[in-house]
Design a protein around this ligand. Structure first.
Ligand SMILES: Nc1nc2c(c(=O)[nH]1)N[C@H]1C(S)=C(S)[C@@H](COP(=O)(O)O)O[C@H]1N2
Ligand SMILES: [Mo]
Length: 315
C-alpha cells in the first residue's frame, strides 16, 4: 500500500509548485468564451440548475456578521475560486475548475448520524432554510504556506449538532466527503489513496462557534471547485481539515482516521492547528504567501484565532 502512494503536491516546497502561470490567462480566455467549466451554477441538468438558481436568489448574499469578520482586505474572488486543492478532480490547482462540469450537486442528501439521539438526513438545499445563513470573513491558511482572506457564507456547525443531540460518549466528529469516480476524474488517478477524503475534529472543536458549515462564498453559492454544495471551514487549522462536498457527518467515540493522516501521519497529524513555530517536515511554516497579491506575510499562531480558540489547547 504505501509504495502505491503518489505523493501530493505539498510534498514539494510550496514555492516550487504554486507559481501562478501563463496557464491562468489561457483559462481565463476559455472561460470568457464559455468553453471552460466552473461557472457558479454550472449544473448538469436543467432541473438541478433551476432549483439551485431559485435558492441562490432567495438566500444570497447573506448578511455579514461583523462580530466574526475582521476588517481585512478580501482575496480576489477570481483567484480564490480558480486556485483549488481538490484532489478528487486534479492535483493541479489551476485545473480543478475545468474538471468539475460532470459533478452533480443536487439532490445532495447529507447524513448526520452516529452517537446522537436524533440522527438526520437533510438535503443540502434545505440547510439554508433550516439554519439560516450569514457571511463571515475568515483567514484561510493551507499547509503549503499560501493563504487567503475569504468571505464565507454558512452557519455554525454547532447548530446542526444541537439538532441531532450528541450523546455524552461522542468525543469526535468524522466528516466524509463525496466519492464518485465517475464524476470526479482525479480519484482513479490516485488509486493508492484511501478514498473517500475523510477528516475529523474533537467534539469541542466541532462545537466551537468559529467552526462553520459553508454553502457559499463571495455572496454566492459555493462553486463546485470550492466544495459545493456544502463544506466545512475551520479557520485556525490547516486547510486540509476543511473537507469539501460533505456527504456524511458522524459522531463517534473514536478518533477518526483521516485521509492525510493515513498517508503521512508525521506530516499531517490529526490536530493540525496552524503553528508558525512547527515547521512541516520539508518547509517552514513561519510565513505564508498571500494567494492573490503574492505578498509574503508572517503566519500567526492558530492562524490569528488564538484569543478565541487558545483555551481548547491549554495543557
Ligand atoms: N474533499 C476534499 N476536500 C478538501 C481537499 C480535497 O482535496 N478534497 N483539499 C483540502 C485542502 S488541502 C485545502 S487547502 C482546501 C482548499 O479549499 P479551496 O479550494 O476552497 O481553497 O480544501 C481542503 N478540502
Ligand atoms: Mo491545503
Amino acid at each position: 500500500m504505501p509504495n502505491l502512494i503518489i505523493r501530493p503536491d505539498w510534498h514539494l516546497p510550496e514555492s516550487r509548485v504554486t507559481q501562478v502561470s501563463a496557464y491562468r490567462n489561457r483559462r481565463k480566455f476559455l472561460r470568457e468564451l464559455g468553453l471552460a467549466g466552473g461557472g457558479l451554477l454550472a449544473a448538469s441538468g436543467p432541473l438541478e440548475r433551476d432549483a439551485l438558481a431559485a435558492d441562490a436568489k432567495k438566500f444570497y448574499p447573506a448578511k455579514r456578521n461583523i462580530a466574526f469578520s475582521p476588517d481585512l482586505p478580501l482575496s480576489k474572488e477570481k483567484i480564490f475560486t480558480t486556485y483549488n486543492n481538490f484532489y478528487e478532480f486534479s492535483t493541479d490547482k489551476e485545473a480543478v475548475v475545468d474538471r468539475v462540469d460532470k459533478f452533480v450537486i443536487a439532490p445532495w442528501p447529507v447524513k448526520i448520524h452516529g452517537l446522537c439521539e436524533k440522527p438526520l438526513t437533510l438535503d443540502a438545499q434545505e440547510l439554508a432554510a433550516e439554519f439560516g445563513l450569514e457571511e463571515r470573513v475568515y483567514r484561510f491558511r493551507c499547509v503549503e504556506a499560501w493563504s487567503a482572506v475569504v468571505p464565507w457564507t454558512g452557519f455554525e456547525l454547532r447548530k446542526l449538532l444541537a439538532k441531532v443531540q450528541p450523546k455524552a460518549e461522542a468525543k469526535f466528529v468524522k466528516f466524509v466527503t463525496a466519492n464518485r469516480p465517475d464524476q470526479m476524474p482525479g480519484i482513479n488517478r490516485l488509486r493508492g489513496y484511501p478514498w473517500p477524503y475523510t477528516e475529523g475534529l474533537r467534539i469541542e472543536e466541532a462545537l466551537h462557534p468559529l467552526t462553520m458549515l459553508v454553502t457559499g462564498v463571495y455572496g454566492k453559492p459555493l462553486p463546485k471547485q470550492n466544495g459545493a454544495p456544502i463544506r466545512l471551514v475551520v479557520p485556525w487549522k490547516y486547510g486540509y481539515k476543511s473537507g469539501k462536498s460533505l456527504v456524511e457527518i458522524e459522531l463517534t467515540d473514536k478518533q477518526p482516521k483521516t485521509l492525510w493522516e493515513t498517508l503521512s501521519p508525521e506530516e499531517y497529524p490529526f490536530e493540525s492547528n496552524v503553528d508558525p513555530a512547527v515547521p512541516h517536515a520539508r518547509w517552514s511554516q513561519a510565513t505564508e504567501r498571500v494567494v492573490d497579491t503574492g505578498d509574503r506575510i508572517r503566519t500567526l499562531p492558530l492562524n490569528g484565532y488564538a484569543a478565541q480558540v487558545g483555551g481548547l489547547y491549554k495543557k
